[in-house]
Write a protein that binds this ligand. Sequence first.
Ligand SMILES: Cc1cc2nc3c(=O)[nH]c(=O)nc-3n(C[C@H](O)[C@H](O)[C@H](O)COP(=O)(O)OP(=O)(O)OC[C@H]3O[C@@H](n4cnc5c(N)ncnc54)[C@H](O)[C@@H]3O)c2cc1C
Length: 296
Amino acid sequence: MEMNTRIISHEFEYFAPNSIQETLILLDQHGSEAKIIAGGTDLVSQMKMGKHTPAYIIDIKRIKELQYIAGDMVLKIGAGNNLRGVMNFFLPASVPYAGLYESIRSIGKTQVLNMATIGGNLCNGSPKADTAPPLLTYDARIKLVSLKGERILALKDFHSGPNRTIMEANELMTEIQLDKLPKGTSSAFEKKARVGADISKITCAVTVVRDGDVCRSCRIALGAAAPVPMRAFQAESMLTGKIMNDALTEETSQQVAQEINPPTVGRTHPEYRRHLAAVMFKDGFRRAWQQAGGGK
Ligand SMILES: Cc1cc2nc3c(=O)[nH]c(=O)nc-3n(C[C@H](O)[C@H](O)[C@H](O)COP(=O)(O)OP(=O)(O)OC[C@H]3O[C@@H](n4cnc5c(N)ncnc54)[C@H](O)[C@@H]3O)c2cc1C
């Protein structure tokens, strides 16, 4: 059984580079034996449990080049921003991105929000990462950089299994990119956890584009509902271009429940997760729909 021993029982060499370039050189030299540390809120406990025993730690916390949020048609979020900074940027008044704001607010603990970074939340690879579902509904892209160059890929292709990503050992995530959302867009995030501000049992993010009574598009993503954060594409297609009514929302919620692939081990029974997925989709959809219609 994995135990949090409260001590890191192995030795490692520590680097604190000041720039992306220095970090990439270190990753090139030590990548397979090294671990990036940003806020450390996932990595340190994993090291205490012996899940990771890196010979080298590369601390990117001080790299200002990774801490920015800027752009108009494409919003660029540096991977090194702490969660508090990102949350404050997307205040609730920022209706299109309300789901991202709510996902970070659900993490709740002041110390964690101050330390943890948005890049760390994604790179940790957890199917439960709270920022992943709203970012998936925004069709977010991520930028991965190494000494060999950079690649930009869709977030939906980033996670490859529970706690795994397609990132190479010599790569650094530098940026998350969001396209400007069309007029009439709103989003919401729902989370079920054992207690407030806990790791989720299941989450659901919904982003809708509303035109009067017509749903121009709806994107649905769930966390802790499958081996990786996932989109419910079939459920989404049931709503595209439709005049909304309660029966259609109910029917779509049943499709969301069918589409997830919940783990069969752990504290939460798969059928309960399916039930929660349906309920949370309905709650999230109704909130996003109302916000998109100016409260109607
Ligand atoms: C008390 C507590 C409560 C928590 N509650 C929640 C919660 O409610 N919801 C939730 O989603 N999470 C929660 N977490 C988990 C954690 O805080 C988040 O996942 C956080 O965003 C991780 O960010 P970090 O900067 O601390 O990552 P780190 O721990 O520094 O790194 C995590 C992983 O990502 C890699 N990494 C980090 N940044 C980069 C980068 N730029 N490029 C490449 N690799 C990188 C590291 O090598 C490591 O493997 C909680 C943690 C604690 C301790």
